[in-house]
Write a protein that binds this ligand. Structure first.
Ligand SMILES: Nc1nc2c(ncn2[C@@H]2O[C@H](COP(=O)(O)OP(=O)(O)O)[C@@H](O)[C@H]2O)c(=O)[nH]1
Ligand SMILES: [Mg+2]
Length: 304
């Protein structure tokens, strides 16, 4: 299945919600007037673009319609696709894996899909012929390392873990030594996401980052923030906190198969100016799509 069909399937709920409402706006108005813009803005907010991003998109659309003397709503629709695509284009969508080894530090609150996303990314990388080491930096619960170990087995990645309650930074140190010895191409670090104590979390992530920088000063590093797409605008608030404490370079939005609110992808890109590099559309190994802006927008508005 190609990217387009796969997202369309994964985003079925979102596509249905957005296209039925947006569809009625574009077909329900014969001319582009204030009522049209108001209705459009409301639809975009309902699709979880958030007030800021929806307002900004509609403002931009007004400018383009005026500048190009558009009169048909069909022309406005094409212009809107371009605007949304532009809002999603905030940086390189490929992971930076320029060095051997390179490091992906995966962060985010509990339950958003970090470990699952790591398993999916490991599967992709191993299939591309890369040697991958997973590091079980979530030592808070033994089950977390067990879950990562299952994904290591499935994907063909190596895993480094310690006992429950071990110091995450020490597991990371071990993981890096092991990856160096094995000649791994990519090291992916899982972490615990206890945001209830911001200071603790910050200290823990800082400590891990320091070890990575000390042991691999020249390595390409990604800090991948995982967000649960079903939490909508709350996810955005989380993301702002993590951006502040951890220097996020990339975002993965998960569970977009289970929500009618896929518009959150646009809000996240636009408000944080950090590229969404992956979207999760299911629980299986191949349910992770490298994100592409235009096909995403096309899928979102296909039936419109
Ligand atoms: N439907 C769906 N479920 C997902 C997706 N990603 C993760 N999950 C599920 O979300 C739950 C929490 O995932 P997990 O990786 O353990 O989250 P973590 O606590 O952040 O490591 C698990 O049941 C996963 O199977 C996704 O893209 N779609
Ligand atoms: Mg986990």
């Amino acid at each position: 299945m190609g990217f387009f069909d796969k997202i369309k399937e994964g985003l079925a709920k979102t596509t249905k919600a957005i296209s039925s409402t947006l569809g009625s706006v574009f077909s329900g108005f014969s001319e582009i007037d204030d009522d049209f813009y108001d209705e459009l803005e409301e639809c975009l907010i309902l699709a979880d673009l958030g007030v800021n991003t929806a307002t900004k998109a509609v403002e931009q659309l007004r400018k383009e319609v005026r500048a190009n003397h558009y009169t048909a709503t069909e022309e406005a629709k094409e212009a809107l696709k371009g605007i949304l695509t532009e809002m999603l284009s905030v940086g390189d969508i490929a992971l930076n894996l320029a060095t051997t080894p390179s490091v992906i530090l995966v962060i985010g609150v509990n339950g958003v899909g970090k470990t699952t996303t790591i398993g999916k990314i490991a599967t992709r990388l191993v299939n591309e012929g890369k040697k991958v080491t997973l590091v079980a930096g979530d030592t808070f619960r033994a089950a977390a390392a067990d879950q990562l170990e299952i994904w290591a087995g499935r994907s063909g990645a190596a895993i480094v873990r310690q006992h429950e309650g071990a110091d995450p930074a020490s597991v990371v140190y071990d993981g890096i030594q092991s990856a160096k010895a094995k000649g791994s191409d990519v090291i992916i670090i899982d972490t615990a996401g206890r945001l209830h104590n911001k200071t603790n979390l910050m200290n823990e992530l800082n400590k891990i980052s320091r070890i990575v920088t000390r042991e691999l000063p020249d390595a390409a590093k990604e800090v991948l923030l995982v967000l649960d797409g079903t939490t909508g605008q709350n996810g955005l608030i989380q993301a702002k906190q993590f951006k502040e404490i951890a220097g996020v370079t990339a975002i993965a939005l998960t569970k977009l198969d289970g929500t009618a609110k896929g518009g959150i992808v646009i809000a996240v890109s636009d408000e944080l100016q950090i590229p969404v590099k992956f979207i999760g559309v299911g629980e299986k190994a191949d349910d992770l799509m490298p994100f592409e802006a235009r096909p995403f927008v096309d899928a979102l508005m296909e039936a419109v």
